[in-house]
Design a protein around this ligand. Structure first.
Ligand SMILES: C[S@@+](CC[C@H](N)C(=O)[O-])C[C@H]1O[C@@H](n2cnc3c(N)ncnc32)[C@H](O)[C@@H]1O
Length: 214
């Protein structure tokens, strides 16, 4: 099966199994290709797995390249997922805990897509995980908290973990405030202003940067 056939199969399986998430098909395809082509540069890492939509595309590329995806999420949901907020999903709310809990769904997704041997879920806030991180990465996908403060912390702290030539992809980039929140867009500008990254391209709302060579 070639990569296009693999991506088509994932699209179909996600649709059939009704995996919840926030990712356009073209963005998902771009994530797959970026993870696939950067595999020689180091492991992949994503911030914000939710129910595993982005995770299955990056994870499937890792499986094919014998790479690993570290999937970071505290699984308590972002601000917009909380009770009473715009993107709250009652199916993902744990009444006993009185909190969102998407981790059981992510585990189910990984099992369904046979990705338990190449995706390592890290259930913690990204700012805690990065404190002791010591493995240079080949590809980082940022889709966690979307406030300017959180997105900027995530982008700057994880961008610095990439190997030269490594790829940083940031979701929900909208240069026009009428189309979406500005947190990730401003975070991307902060990364570019370090002078250590080049702008590569944008696929729908997915902004793609590359770490400059040493
Ligand atoms: C927009 S959703 C991710 C969507 C997912 N990438 C997809 O393809 O469907 C954002 C996720 O980020 C997580 N999140 C928010 N802030 C976080 C933080 N500081 N550390 C870790 N995860 C965080 C939330 O729990 C939520 O699951």
């Amino acid at each position: 099966m070639n990569n296009d056939e693999t991506i088509k199969k994932i699209h179909q399986q996600l649709h059939t199994q009704n995996i919840k998430g926030f990712l356009a098909p073209t963005e998902a395809e771009a994530l797959f290709h970026l993870a696939y082509t950067s595999a020689a540069l180091g492991p992949c890492l994503e911030i914000g797995s939710y129910c595993g939509k982005s995770t299955v595309y990056i994870g499937s590329a890792c499986k094919l390249t014998e790479n690993i995806l570290f999937a970071v999420d505290h699984h308590r949901g972002s601000e917009e997922h909380q009770l009473g907020e715009e993107y709250h999903d009652p199916d993902l709310y744990n009444v006993q805990l009185n909190a969102m809990d998407t981790f059981p769904t992510l585990r189910h997704t990984l099992n369904q897509f046979d990705l338990e041997d190449c995706v390592v879920p890290l259930v913690a806030p990204s700012q805690i995980v990065v404190k002791k991180w010591a493995t240079p990465l080949g590809f980082v996908f940022i889709d966690g908290g979307h406030s300017e403060a959180q997105a900027t912390i995530d982008c700057l702290s994880w961008a610095s973990q990439l190997n030269p030539g490594g790829i940083l992809a940031i979701h929900d980039i909208f240069d026009d405030p009428a189309r979406g929140g500005q947190g990730p867009f401003r975070a991307l500008q902060s990364v570019l202003s370090t002078g250590k990254f080049n702008w590569i391209s944008q696929v729908e709302s997915l902004g793609i940067l590359q770490c400059c060579a040493d």
